[in-house]
Design a protein around this ligand. Structure first.
Ligand SMILES: Cc1ncc(COP(=O)(O)O)c(C=O)c1O
Length: 374
């Protein structure tokens, strides 16, 4: 089983552990964040009438999985609203509270109702808008109330330098997931799951493989494939016959990045995103969404349009004429702004530019052409 690829996967985990600042034995390779999140959520003992919390910005898959687990266990999910005030302001909670205060209040309210919070998941960098969340403050708020935290870092690897042990674990994060196939540029089907050691015993891969009962099935592996691995590492190393090359290819992705320089890539993308969002805001006479420190490599600018029909037409033109897909989203117009699920024609319309160097230039040129300044 696995043959020569096992030592390569272990080498990849060693490289990745160094890259994100954690121990190799606490880091597993998983196919994607969906399977990482499932491994964590299925490991939880969720008492009836307890509460799970996430933010309104949580990715759909995460919301679905949490809702599913909550329903299975007769528990509740509480969603905490993230408010985007626009004009370059940091995201906050409702009524001008900080997000950490909103989380603390939600935990205390649930406890007072007799429905204690047993798990919290926060976006590390949210998907849409692609904003860096104040994750250390959020994790600290949960830690002070004994609530274990998972960070959904799907967009983090390659977009934002991270020190898992020093920063995240110290702040109280117990689980962290991140895709390597987004910003690190390894092939689709490569992601990581980090679990703090005290929580590893109950975390199993979404598909149980040969090493789940490690003592009994180790005979199927060559010694070189299993030597020195913990139970947690063994469980995630082999999850059935499948293509393990996306995992192995992470080594090449990291090597490519080292040739250019990690800092050079990350700061270039960050600076470009800041420049691009400001450039478009000034050109259109609109505004940027959030502050520089909450912007990584995805910039957000309000579009100079105010109807759903115009947004749809713009999106169609970009797609059909120019073969460009740009994420657009709406926010309710009145303060406090919030992410809106059922948009109406009074909403403000925003564009999320993901900054990969050539792409952002093409998007800017095309959008300037389609929406010229008045
Ligand atoms: C914030 C966030 N979380 C989770 C996911 C799910 O990742 P995957 O499709 O790799 O499982 C995505 C995908 O885009 C995402 O943006």
């Amino acid at each position: 089983m696995l043959e020569g690829v096992a030592p390569r996967l272990q080498h990849v985990r060693k490289l990745l552990a160094h890259y994100v600042g954690c121990e190799k034995q606490d880091l597993a390779l998983v196919e994607n964040c969906t399977s990482g999140a499932n491994a964590v959520l299925r490991s939880l003992t969720i008492p009836a009438n307890s509460t799970l919390i996430h933010l309104t910005t949580a990715y759909g898959v995460i919301k679905n999985c949490m809702q599913h687990r909550a329903e299975e266990c007769h528990a509740h999910v509480v969603e905490i609203r993230v408010v985007f005030r626009g004009n370059g302001a940091a995201p906050c909670g409702p009524n001008n509270t900080s997000l950490a205060e909103a989380v603390t209040a939600a935990i205390d309210a649930a406890t007072a109702r007799g429905e204690p919070v047993v798990f919290a998941c926060f976006d590390h960098i949210a998907s849409c808008p692609g904003v860096l969340m104040p994750v250390l403050e959020l994790a600290n708020a949960c830690k002070s109330r004994g609530v274990p935290v998972m960070l959904d870092g799907a967009h983090v690897l390659g977009q934002l330098p991270v020190e898992v042990t020093r920063d995240l674990e110290t702040a109280g994060v117990c689980y962290w997931i991140s895709d390597a196939h987004k910003w690190l540029f390894s092939p689709k089907g490569s992601a990581v799951l980090w679990v703090t050691r005290s929580h590893q015993q109950t975390v199993f891969p979404a598909a149980l493989g040969a090493a789940v009962r490690s003592a009994r099935s180790l005979a199927a592996f060559k010694e070189s494939a299993i030597q020195g691995l913990s139970d947690f590492e063994l469980r995630f190393q082999y999850t059935g016959t499948r293509d393990y090359t996306p995992y192995a290819a992470i080594e090449a992705a990291l090597h490519f990045r080292s040739l250019i320089g990690e800092n050079a890539i990350v700061s270039y993308n960050h600076e470009m995103a800041l420049w691009a969002q400001r450039y478009l805001a000034e050109y259109w006479g609109t505004e940027t969404l959030t502050s520089d420190e909450h912007t990584c490599a995805m910039g957000h600018t309000r579009l100079p349009i105010n109807t759903r029909a115009a947004a749809t037409a713009l999106s169609d033109m970009l797609k059909l004429r120019h073969n460009i897909h740009v994420m657009m989203f709406t926010l309710a117009p009145a303060c406090p702004r919030m992410q809106n699920v059922d948009s109406s024609d009074n909403d403000t319309y925003w564009v999320r530019g993901t900054n990969q160097p050539i792409k952002i230039i093409i998007i800017i040129i095309t959008m300037k052409m389609l929406i010229p300044v008045q």
